[in-house]
Design a binder for this molecule. Structure first.
Ligand code: PAF
Length: 287
């Protein structure tokens, strides 16, 4: 496995792989890798001839009061994870490799970027879509792999590649969970032991939503209220949103509209740690 920080050298390596007729799979990450990331690299390995993982803590997607400076940086273990999962190349740029001092261009997906995460983290998705576009320019993948954990992110990236005619297939991979259901996240390591005990209630709220979707005719609006009540009944969690939305537009879903599906999305803070999670809801019965 090669490790390279220069965008030019990575681009050249990818071009060489393409010249040899290989298909390219890309797994963009910010490092602090866990089993969720490993599952993305493994999936990329199984579907492509050449796998490039990227590790870059992207400053432009963090707000001024967010955790950019303390975001965990664990390069040595990250590289071991990448090697174990079968990556061929790991791209590890520095900030100066990715952003020229006077860069003036951003990529913005309007609409989808403004709600939910975008409303709570202004500018966040501009940073994500800009850096992902740059990573796609450098690695020119046939397929790129993202976790369902960041549901809105993968939706926005799908919109972006469609709108900008970027020839890459976006593959969304299932959420990987701890034994008690907590979605794996690089930020889980911020949790104190007491907070860690409470954190799995987010999954419990999503399970409740799933049960109500499958086993009752309760409306999406009421499912959202029940999730919020569950979370607020758990001391320590500060709910930012608990909603049921259309799985493509993220518009709030009020009724089941004759069956179909939706997505339950939660963001909550535990102390200083912000956690997000989601669950696709398949309505078995119309209201
Ligand atoms: O999901 C992440 O880790 C980041 O948002 C991404 C897609 C690597 C862009 O920095």
């Amino acid at each position: 496995m090669d490790v390279e920080s220069s965008p030019k050298k990575v681009h050249a390596a990818i071009r060489e792989a393409r010249r040899r007729g290989l298909t390219i799979g890309c797994v963009p990450t910010m490092g602090a890798l866990h089993a969720g990331h490993v599952s993305l690299v493994q999936r990329a390995r199984s579907e492509n001839d050449f796998v490039v993982a990227t590790i870059f803590v992207n400053p432009t997607q963090f707000g001024p009061t967010e955790d950019f400076s303390r975001y965990p940086r664990t390069l040595d273990t990250d590289l071991e994870f990448c090697r174990g999962a079968g990556a061929d190349l790991v791209f590890t740029p520095q900030v100066a490799d990715m952003y020229a001092a006077h860069a003036e261009t951003i990529v913005r997906v309007t609409g989808l970027s403004m709600v939910l995460e975008g409303a709570h983290r202004p500018g966040h998705f501009d940073g994500v879509t800009t850096v992902v576009t740059k990573l796609f320019q450098i690695t020119e993948p046939d397929r790129a792999y993202f976790g369902q954990k960041d549901y809105q992110q993968q939706l926005i990236i799908r919109r972006m590649v469609q709108d900008l005619n970027i020839p890459v297939t976006i593959v969304t991979c299932p959420i990987i969970r701890e034994a008690d259901g907590l979605a794996m996240s690089s930020r889980n390591r911020y949790l104190s032991p007491e907070e860690r005990g409470i954190a799995a209630e987010i999954f419990q709220a999503l399970q409740l939503a799933d049960r109500l979707a499958v086993g009752s005719a309760v409306s999406p609006r009421e499912i959202a209220e029940r999730m919020r009540a569950h979370l607020e009944g758990t001391g320590g969690l500060s709910v930012q949103y608990a909603v049921v939305a259309d799985s493509q537009t993220l518009a709030s879903q009020e009724t089941r509209i004759g069956g179909g599906s939706g997505v339950a999305l939660i963001a909550a803070k535990l102390g200083t740690t912000r956690l997000i999670d989601n669950q696709i809801l398949n309505y078995s019965v119309a209201e």
